[in-house]
Every structure is written in C-alpha cells, then in structure tokens.
Design a binder for this molecule. Structure first.
Ligand SMILES: *Cc1c(COP(=O)(O)O)cnc(C)c1O
Length: 445
C-alpha cells in the first residue's frame, strides 16, 4: 500500500512529513522554501524527474531496441531544465524559436532536439537550421517549401519526420486531444495527404526523411490508443515500403497520464513503454518491416508530479451552507489549468500535511475572474492567513502557461534535491513586467 493511503496526502517522489511535522520535498522543508523564496513558488523534486527519465529509458534498454526519449519542453522549461535533460541524456522537443533559444543558452545539444509546430515561421525554421536542431517534424505543405528554400540557401540537408494525424482519438478531454481527424496538426491519413507529403518530401534531396510521427493526445491512461496509432503508422510505412522507402524512426509522441487526484489511475511509465515496444515489435514483424527506432515524447509525465506549488493563504469568504472560499496569493496567472480544462488538484497545509481535515474549502486565486479557482471542495484542517498551502502535481503546463494577467509577477521556481534548494527561475519583478512598455512621457501630460 502506498503511504498516501493512510496519510492525508499521497506522497510523490521524495515528499514526506519531516520531524517538524511540515511537508518536505527533496529533503527541504517547504515552509523554509516559502520563507526564503516567497510565494507563489514552484518547487521541483529533481530526484523524481530523474527517476521518471530512468523509468522510460530502462524498458527500452531491457528490450534491446533502438529508441530515443525526447522531453516535450512545453510542459515546463528553463535553462536549468535543459541542463538537467542534457545531463540525463534525454533529447527534447521544441515548438518555438523561444524554446530553441533557451535550449541554446543552456548549452543543450540541439542535434538531439526535434522541432514541432503547425505554423513554424520562416524565421524560426531558419533559426532551427542555423542553430543545428537535429530533426524537423514537418507538419504541413507550406512548411515543406519553406524548409527546402532555407536549406537551399544555406546549402544544407536536415533530418525530417512527417507528422501524421492518424484519426485516432485517445480517451481524454476534448480540449487536449490532438490525434483525431479534425485537428490542426499534421498530415491527414485518410484523405491521402500523408502520402502526398511523403512523395513531395522524397523528391526533395535536402530533406532526409527518417520516418513518421504522431501524437494522439494527452493525459492518456491506457495503451489502446497507442496500439491503434502504431497500427495505423505501421500500415502507412508498409505502404511506403512498397514505394521503396524504409522508415528508420517511428515516433509515437507523448501523452502518458499522471495522477493529479485519486480519480486518476495512470499506468506506471514503464508500463506504457513496455506496451508500446511490444505493439511496435509485433506489428512491424507482421507487416514485414524492419523494426524502426522507437521515439517517445513525454512531457507531462516527466515533470507534473515532480512539481508542487506553494501559496500563502490570505482572505476567506464564508457563505453559510454554500461554500467557504479560501484565497491564495496566486491563481490562474501561475496555473490556468483549472480555469482552462477544469483540471483537478489536491493540496495540504504545508505546516500540517497530516492534520485531520475539519472543513471543506474551495481555493480561489487572486485574479479578477470568477473562474480563477484552483481547487474546488478541498478537505482541509483549520487554517489562518499566512499559512502555506502546498498544491500537488503542478509541474506540467503550470509555469509554462503562466501569464502576467492583472500585472501579477510570475512566480519563482526552485529545484530541490538531497536537502539543497537551487533557484532556477527568479520571481518576476514589477519592473520586469513594465520593461517592455514604451514610456515616452508625451509632452501633453
Ligand atoms: C504536447 C506534446 C507532447 C507531450 O505531451 P504530454 O501529454 O505532455 O506528454 C508530445 N509530443 C507532441 C507533438 C506534443 O505536442
């Protein structure tokens, strides 16, 4: 039995209750973190990120198949994150010039990066080629032309994959579903676009086609969707084999689910990979294709559970018989997922994570939107203003989607490991937020 079944919280990674009775992560007391760095604060358990990486790799290694794990940067990135990935021997997906720039600043080996996106600009593609990004995942016909022009000008070649939209809808929330037919991403399979793109790329010698990519969705709890996607991809590759092309890479994307609350029952990371390897092996053999390298692109599953957000509790509003609102010093500006996707979270008081709940409260943010809520109906012990609330599993698509709405600064981010904390993103200042504003002090004032 997992410790969280008897405690009042589920212990992810190195989370534990320390001798002072406080929530500790990576051997560091979260109250000390809140005191030292302020709140809102996002705390990453580095050991848990490393563990996830090892779990993904270990299955491929044990199966003895060629593979590549590329972390989907969009889930959370920073210079320190790219450095951690590089140190752990993981590639990355980038989806913008800004992500390429950050990776470059980090000294990340861009040859192991894949560039995704449904509307990469000419400038971004040019930047990617110049910076040495290893693989471009082609998404549309316009991009094929843009890339070929850039390569011609620079007299270069580059590895490409074709992103295929396989018409599979993974069982997940519709806003975060990207593999179904009616999608803005990739070349459609059923209408024949995929093969048209294949023929077009094959005719362009500067584009070194290595295989195909698909990404069927996010927060997926079963392997059926991957099985269907792999089947569709292998069938397509078998067809292209008839036209003299042998794929070296089959990239099945990311989307592995995580446990936000007890309602979520994801598979273990190893179980997703084990199934994917088995499925691809069987289907490639059945189609008489040489086994391609299997690439996966976990984003959420690599970092979500490793992240915990610390907030300071402020005001409360009691509506007898209706609801108790407890407001914190963050909200939709640092985590828009509850407002955007109705995402669910749990939280505890950092000073008493194991105390018996005595009331049900709803955690409100401080932003000027009624929808700015972080958690609905959370059982919590008695709290007072100034207490620190620790909200779990905020490591993916939280900070990376953060905004300056209401001109609130974005939070600071720390990495904790082995009893040490390290600031990896500074808290934004008021001046940071105003520094792009043009202040010309017009003469009529
Ligand atoms: C977002 C995305 C991923 C990662 O998805 P997760 O659900 O975070 O694992 C992987 N590949 C592509 C192409 C994506 O767009």
């Amino acid at each position: 039995m997992k410790a969280g079944d008897v405690l009042h919280y589920y212990q992810y990674g190195t989370q534990t209750t320390n001798q002072a009775g406080h929530l500790s992560i990576g051997g560091v007391d979260t109250l000390e973190l809140a005191h030292e760095y302020g709140t809102p604060l996002v705390v990453y358990d580095v050991a848990l990120i490393k563990q996830r990486i090892a779990e993904f790799k270990q299955v491929f290694e044990a199966a003895g198949v060629a593979y590549k794990v590329t972390y989907a940067s969009k889930a959370f990135t920073a210079i320190a994150m790219y450095q951690l990935l590089a140190e752990q021997g993981v590639g990355c997906d980038v989806v913008s010039g800004g992500e390429i720039y950050t990776a470059q600043q980090a000294g990340f080996p861009l040859a192991t990066a894949s560039f995704h996106g449904n509307n990469k600009s000419a400038a971004e593609l040019e930047y990617a080629v110049t910076a040495g990004v290893g693989t471009i995942v082609l998404d549309n016909f316009h991009e094929i032309d843009l890339l070929n022009d850039i390569l011609t000008t620079q007299d270069k070649t580059i590895d490409v994959l074709l992103r295929i939209s396989p018409g599979i809808s993974a069982h997940t929330h519709e806003y975060i579903m990207t593999g179904q037919e009616d999608s803005k991403f990739g070349f459609d399979l059923k209408s024949g676009q995929a093969t048209t793109a294949f023929e077009k790329v094959q005719a362009l010698p500067r584009l070194n086609l290595r295989g195909v990519h698909c990404h069927i969705g996010s927060q997926i709890f079963e392997t059926k969707g991957f099985e269907m996607a792999a089947e569709a991809m292998i069938a397509l590759l078998a067809q292209w084999q008839q036209q003299g092309f042998t794929a070296q890479v089959l990239n099945l994307g990311g989307g592995f689910g995580v446990r936000y609350t007890a309602e979520d029952q994801p598979l273990a990371p190893q179980d997703y990979v084990r199934d994917i390897v088995k499925i691809v092996k069987n289907q490639a053999a059945a189609a008489q294709l040489p086994l391609p390298e299997i690439w996966i692109e976990p984003g959420r599953s690599m970092v979500a559970e490793a992240g915990t957000s610390l907030y300071t509790i402020g005001s409360r509003k009691d509506l007898p018989g209706i609801r108790h609102y407890l407001a914190v010093d963050g909200g939709m500006g640092d985590n828009i997922r509850p407002a955007l996707y109705e995402a669910k979270y749990t939280a505890v008081l950092a000073n008493a994570p194991e105390a018996e709940p005595v009331e049900t409260v709803s955690i409100a943010g401080k932003y000027c939107e009624s929808g700015d809520m972080l958690v609905w109906d959370l059982p919590l012990p008695q709290s007072k203003p100034g207490d620190v609330l620790a909200m779990f599993v905020t490591g993916a698509y939280g900070y990376s989607m953060a905004s300056n709405y209401n001109r609130n600064p974005r939070p600071a981010v720390v990495f904790v490991e082995n009893g040490q904390a390290r600031l990896v993103i500074k808290r934004e200042t008021y001046a940071d937020m105003a520094h792009l504003d043009v202040n010309e002090s017009p003469s009529h004032l």
